[in-house]
Structures are given as C-alpha cells and as structure tokens.
Design a protein around this ligand. Structure first.
Ligand code: DX5
Ligand code: ZN
Length: 239
C-alpha cells in the first residue's frame, strides 16, 4: 500500500518536526552550537545536518591556521559546502583574522568570532565583521584574564570563553575558567545585558550545568554530541 506508507512517513516527519520544536523549546535561553571538528569529516555536510535535526541551534565551524594553534583544520571553501539553511558560528583560531572576514562572510558565516590574543586590531576586525552584516564574537583563551575583553563588551554580540586550550577537540574541561565566565557575565550585566557568552571545550552533560550556572548561554559541544548513541538525548541533557 504505497499511499499508506507515504502517509506514514509524512506523519513521521511531522512528529519529528514537533519533537525538534519541543526540544528546542525546553530552554529557549540556552543555545547549543554543535562543533563538527570531531565528526566524520568524510561526510561533513551530513554530520552538520545530523546535529541540526537533533536540535542544535548553531553549527560551530573551527578554523585553525597552523600558527595561532598547531593544527590546521579547514577553511572557507569547506564551510561553503555546508547547507545555507544552517546558522554557521565560525570560530577563527588564526593569527590574522581580519584577512579572513570577507572570505568567511561569502562562505556562509552568520557569526564570526576571533581571538583577543590574535594579532589583528580588535576594533577594526569587529567593524569589518559588522560591515559584512554578521554578528561579531570575541574569544578568550583559558589563561587570558577576563579584563582583556572588558573594553569590547559593548561592541560585540558574544564573548567566547575557551574552556580548554584551543587547537583540539575532545579535551578535558578546565574548571578554573568558571570564575572568568562569572566575571564576564557580571560586567556584561552592567554594560550590555543581552551579550551572549559562549563556552567552548569539554562541554558534556556533567560540565554543562556548571557553565550555565556561571552565566554561559551558548554551549559549544563536539565530541560529547558526536560520540553519543542518541544525539537527541545528548542535546536535551546539555540544554
Ligand atoms: C577546540 C575547538 C572546539 C572543539 C570542541 O579548539 O575550538 O570547538 O571542537 O570540542 P569538544 O566539545 O570535543 O571539546
Ligand atoms: Zn571552537
């Protein structure tokens, strides 16, 4: 009965749609940005779509230049291959991010985050991102003090607090970064209450409650999601 089975799959799709809405609605204020760095890169497009279907709000695209960090990951042409439908949260771990803005803006980024420790002029790079029509984020490594991003809180949409050393997926969460998240949240509440704080590295079902309590509202998660038997459930646990 072909009609019946097609109805069945339509019904399946509707149930799936509401399940995604339900899961996304559980904590509207907490976003999950799925890092595809440790996914199956031979099928990167399908892996990004898998996280989207499982309820990820954003796809986190980690760019490494072999200079700011030791590894080289992938660049704008690979990002361009991802579906235009996805919200792409580009994390530039590169020494000269200002040279990359145009390329990534043309390759699907919705948000571009670069490091306060990079060698580009911070104000100039933020302006370049905004002029390209995108949201701007500023990232901070674990050992860099919170105060280094304070002058820029009103100028960006998001601060990314690294909760591991940048350069690799699958590392252990560094708990000493928690007071820094709280310090940035406190300062942001004074000067820019709608500033988003993203955390990146070692985010799992165990560490998510700690970072949320400290004031994070966007959780990057890679290996925890991609290693999970049920990515829906893992997403639900994070939120
Ligand atoms: C590390 C990257 C992270 C990393 C997160 O340099 O910025 O985005 O992929 O991966 P997990 O969640 O495995 O720590
Ligand atoms: Zn990242």
């Amino acid at each position: 009965m072909p009609g019946f089975s097609s109805k069945n799959s339509d019904l399946g799709r509707i149930v799936n749609f509401f399940e995604i809405l339900f899961r996304k609605g559980i904590s509207l204020n907490i976003k999950v940005s799925a890092s595809i760095l440790n996914s199956d890169l031979s099928a990167i497009g399908a892996e990004a779509a898998k996280a989207d279907i499982a309820g990820a709000d954003w796809i986190h695209f980690d760019v490494m230049d072999g200079h700011f960090v030791e590894n080289i990951s992938y660049g704008a042409p690979v990002q361009k291959a991802l579906s235009k439908r996805l919200f792409i949260d580009t994390h530039l771990m590169v020494t000269h991010p200002h040279t990359q803005i145009k390329l990534f803006a043309e390759s699907g980024s919705n948000m571009i985050t670069f490091h306060v420790e990079s060698e580009s002029d911070i104000d100039h790079t933020i302006n370049k991102i905004h002029r390209a029509g995108l949201m701007a984020g500023l990232a901070i490594k674990p050992a860099t003090p919170a105060e280094s991003v304070f002058p820029f809180l009103e100028k960006v949409e998001m601060i990314l607090v690294m909760t591991v050393e940048p350069g690799l997926g699958g590392q252990e969460f560094l708990a000493y970064t928690l007071p820094k998240i709280s310090a940035i949240r406190k300062k942001a509440d004074e000067v820019k209450p709608d500033l988003m704080i993203e955390v990146d590295g070692g985010i799992t079902g165990d560490t998510a409650p700690l970072v949320k309590k400290a004031g994070a509202d966007v959780l990057v998660s890679g290996s925890y999601l991609y290693k999970a038997k049920d990515m829906f459930m893992a997403m639900h646990t994070l939120k």
